[in-house]
Design a protein around this ligand. Structure first.
Ligand SMILES: Cc1cc2nc3c(=O)[nH]c(=O)nc-3n(C[C@H](O)[C@H](O)[C@H](O)COP(=O)(O)O)c2cc1C
Length: 322
């Protein structure tokens, strides 16, 4: 399948693996890219720019296909060494970057000068238009369903994608709730040139996370995620567990008085314990409603081949009813 996104990133299939904290290691990115999609290393999971440079080199040892690096601009006081991470990306010869969080305008000139294609992930049409205006090459339109940070507008993809299509000139991919060939064809029907998946890629053989995480996703239904941290305007969709229910209880009790310090135990620094050690009640971890559509743990190659096969079958079905 050839779309503006496959052409832009030099990939076989219009399927991207979004950056995921403590999931997007070189093994994950290489597996997706080797299967014909665009895999992504999560920049900030690497503690320093030198660690990121090393992770990029490891990924290059595992694939000769294009892959991306995610750079997430966090709302934190002590900002990570973003210029250092950007240098590691450029010097590592990576040609695609997924930005997310705040506006990437400060780093854009460096990436553009180095010929790096930038896809900015955002959750509203106004932010997508802003990304287009500042010179991003593409956007990833992340609906309310998504795992991670859906923003504060709560617009699901059946509305958000056609709205983006009506307004944008640059290509975009759908993101949030995507799992299979139906997702891909529906996204294309709504104007997207491909799709981005997070949660679905965690439940794969190659995802370098503890088996408990994969099993938790397979066991979960579409009813098992919760939205937390809304009153902090940092809403996150997470898989429910003991820590999340405790967090929600604090949110109810403290209301608008809730401060980040009140929930630090449930959210800060919990990813290594969950993703690497498989301690599933250690804290809040991002997970999409799409867990309800995930029932197995295939290899990335099997997953992507299956998605493309389903997509072809849908195209045939559509042709047959014309
Ligand atoms: C465990 C997990 C960690 C994530 N971490 C990040 C991150 O660090 N930066 C980022 O931009 N997006 C992050 N995301 C969001 C994904 O890149 C992607 O946009 C989202 O998962 C899409 O929704 P889906 O899960 O329904 O496919 C994360 C998602 C998950 C599930």
């Amino acid at each position: 399948m050839k779309t503006a996104i496959t052409e832009m990133f030099g990939i076989q299939h219009p399927i991207i693996q979004g950056g995921m904290h403590y999931v997007g290691f070189a093994e994950m990115a290489a597996a997706v890219s080797n299967a014909g999609g665009l895999g992504t290393i999560t920049g900030l999971t690497q503690k320093t720019p030198a660690d990121l440079a090393n992770e990029i080199a490891r990924c290059k040892d595992m694939t000769d296909k294009p892959f991306a690096v995610n750079i997430t601009f966090l709302p934190t006081v002590n900002s990570p060494d973003y210029p250092g991470y950007i240098r590691a990306i450029i010097e590592g010869g990576v040609k695609a970057v997924e930005t997310a969080g705040n506006n990437p305008s400060a780093v854009l000139p460096y990436l553009k000068d180095a010929g790096v294609k930038v896809i900015h992930k955002c959750t509203s049409v106004r932010h997508a238009l802003k990304a287009q205006a500042i010179g991003c090459d593409a956007v990833s339109v992340d609906g309310f369903e998504c795992g991670g940070h859906p923003g504060e507008d709560d617009v699901p993809n059946f509305i958000l994608l056609p709205r983006a299509a009506d307004e944008l000139e640059i290509p975009f991919v759908s993101s949030g709730g995507m799992a299979d060939g139906r997702s891909l064809i529906a996204s294309i029907a709504m104007g997207a040139s491909g799709m981005n998946m997070g949660t679905r890629f965690i439940a794969t053989q190659e995802a370098p996370v503890h088996e408990n995480v994969k099993q938790a996703i397979v066991a979960a239904s579409e009813l098992d995620t919760r939205l937390v941290m809304r009153s902090l305007r940092n809403t996150e969709r997470v898989m429910t567990n003991e820590a999340v229910e405790r967090l929600i209880e604090k949110e109810k009790r403290l209301g608008d008085d809730l401060k980040f310090e009140d929930i630090i135990g449930e959210v800060a620094g919990v990813y290594p314990r969950i993703m690497l050690e498989g301690d599933m009640d250690a804290g809040a971890w991002s997970c999409g409603m799409v867990a309800g559509l995930i029932h197995d743990i295939p290899t990335c190659q099997e997953l992507i081949d299956r998605i493309m096969g389903e997509a072809e079958a849908i195209i045939d079905r559509l042709n047959a009813i014309r």
